[in-house]
Design a binder for this molecule. Structure first.
Ligand SMILES: NC(=O)c1ccc[n+]([C@@H]2O[C@H](COP(=O)([O-])OP(=O)(O)OC[C@H]3O[C@@H](n4cnc5c(N)ncnc54)[C@H](O)[C@@H]3O)[C@@H](O)[C@H]2O)c1
Length: 241
């Protein structure tokens, strides 16, 4: 059994975004952080502004880093593959993984998505074995999970694919009128808790996990998140507004 980790420096890509701001500010008190984004990250002392598809910018951002939380990229379900996804989610992912292993990064935490599995519309529950992409966006996340596996097998880089459910960070969220979002909701406190555990968890090698709060029907299977990270949700999805 390995001991919990205390990383020296954690790089958060996409730190100026929706999930990124929550994770960045939630982790600030617990570890040294560096931000990387197309735009400056509010409240970050160590902030790199750059494009994930620009290898030189990525090489600079990974210096001295031992853990990466990779949230940067295109998050849209309706995104066009060539126009929106190819550069950030495929080419950019290659650059950050390759730069990471050359810089000696130990752990890579990848923002995957339930869109890797939503195509399995006949299943009452999605497990981490479920791979049935719902759209090209989901296909880029499935690619990321597999590319991460290869980096782990080939270079020993620890890799965690986090299939994030639905995160808005809003206290009153009109989108929650849609029933399907109730089944995959991730609250802000659980989001911070999840990524803190992902950074600090003892060695797990390679893993795929779902990240959501307490949701109806346990649609997303949290067994692996509990086993690898010790994650138990504390928030319950709110009623529709
Ligand atoms: N919010 C959700 O419900 C949800 C669900 C599943 C997965 N995810 C994943 O989590 C991550 C963050 O999602 P979000 O909702 O915070 O999205 P967001 O759009 O709010 O944040 C993404 C951030 O990435 C940055 N970015 C985009 N392209 C970049 C590039 N080429 N180089 C550097 N930075 C770039 C953007 O500037 C932005 O700040 C994404 O990878 C997304 O696919 C989010």
């Amino acid at each position: 059994m390995h001991a919990p980790r205390s990383p020296k420096l954690v790089l958060v890509t996409g730190a100026a975004g929706n999930v990124g701001q929550t994770v960045f500010h939630g982790l600030k008190a617990h570890c040294a952080l560096r931000a990387f984004d197309l735009k400056p990250t509010l409240g970050a002392d160590d902030t790199h502004v750059g494009d994930i598809a620009d290898r030189a910018a990525v090489d600079r951002a990974v210096v001295g880093v031992d853990t990466i939380i990779h949230l940067g990229g295109c998050p849209r379900m309706e995104a066009d593959f060539i126009r929106d996804l190819l550069k950030p989610n495929i080419e950019g992912l290659w650059h950050i993984l390759d730069a990471a292993r050359l810089a000696g990064v130990k752990r890579f935490i990848f923002a995957s998505s339930t869109n890797v599995a939503f195509g399995a519309t006949d299943l009452p529950r999605l497990t981490t074995d479920t791979v049935h992409v719902f759209n090209p966006y989901g296909a880029t996340k499935a690619f990321g999970e597999n590319l991460g596996r290869w980096f782990h097998d080939t270079y020993g880089l620890e890799f965690l694919a986090v299939r994030i459910g639905y995160f808005s960070g809003l206290s009153v969220d009109p989108a929650l009128c849609e029933a399907w979002l109730h089944r995959i909701w991730l609250g802000p406190k659980d989001c911070v808790k999840f990524f803190r555990l992902a950074v600090a968890a003892p060695h797990f090698g390679y893993g795929i996990v779902y990240a959501c709060s307490r949701c109806p029907e346990n649609y997303l299977d949290l067994t692996t998140a509990k086993a690898l990270l010790g994650y138990e949700p504390e928030e319950t999805v709110p009623d529709a507004p």
